[in-house]
Design a protein around this ligand. Structure first.
Ligand SMILES: Nc1ncnc2c1ncn2[C@@H]1O[C@H](COP(=O)(O)OP(=O)(O)OP(=O)(O)O)[C@@H](O)[C@H]1O
Ligand SMILES: [Mg+2]
Length: 184
């Protein structure tokens, strides 16, 4: 079973994946895989980021792990764009905390603002619901959760066999008041 871990950059996908790996889970880093397998089609100069051929990556992942019934996590901010994954976990983070995390990553101000905006506008969630049925999508608010707790939430979802859980239902997280603050 392929489980995507997606979320706006800085929400903690790689950090939590590292812990899941320590707990014995298999992790696939989608960005590294795309580079290694030659699925990069160009560079987005404005964003200073690589453009990935999602369809080829999707087919590669599907074929490579077709016979594996164990859980395999595929992590990266494009994970939710893969058609062939079975479940998607989206990590979320309050904009104030996200800003701190992206500063920690030493990102440029412009890129930090772009990602904060994407998080406030639920971009990843919207892209996910365009592709995947709602019952396959889970959201975790990581804002005040240490990485260990976030990993615990993911393991909880697995142990519950991906059945719906109120606290991880989509649509509960809403950072839109952050925009309104500007007008107060
Ligand atoms: N739950 C958390 N609580 C506090 N800090 C965290 C948490 N998760 C991650 N961080 C910190 O936030 C920063 C970003 O984390 P990380 O690199 O794992 O994000 P990412 O989602 O993988 O980002 P990208 O999409 O750019 O790869 C790191 O400095 C990390 O230590
Ligand atoms: Mg990462």
């Amino acid at each position: 079973m392929l489980v995507g871990i997606s979320g706006t950059p800085g929400t903690g996908k790689t950090s939590v994946s590292y812990l899941l790996k320590k707990n014995g889970y298999k992790i696939v880093d989608l960005n590294k895989t795309a580079i290694k397998k030659g699925f990069i089609t160009g560079i987005d100069k404005k964003r200073n980021s690589k453009i990935i051929d999602i369809d080829r990556l999707d087919t590669y992942i599907k074929e490579k792990y077709a016979d594996i019934t164990d859980i395999i996590f595929v992590e990266g901010h494009i994970a939710h764009l893969l058609q062939n994954i079975d479940k998607i976990i989206i990590l979320r983070c309050h904009p104030d905390e996200l800003k701190k995390r992206l500063i920690q990553k030493k990102w440029r101000k412009e890129k930090i603002m772009e990602n904060i905006e994407a998080e406030i506008l639920d971009i990843i969630l919207c892209e996910t619901t365009d592709i995947h049925p709602e019952e396959n999508i889970f959201e975790i608010d990581t804002t005040q959760k240490p990485i260990e707790t976030v990993a615990g939430s993911i393991i909880e979802i697995i142990k519950n066999e991906f059945k719906p859980m109120k606290k991880y239902n989509i649509g509960k997280i809403d950072w839109s008041e952050e925009i309104l603050k500007k007008f107060q």
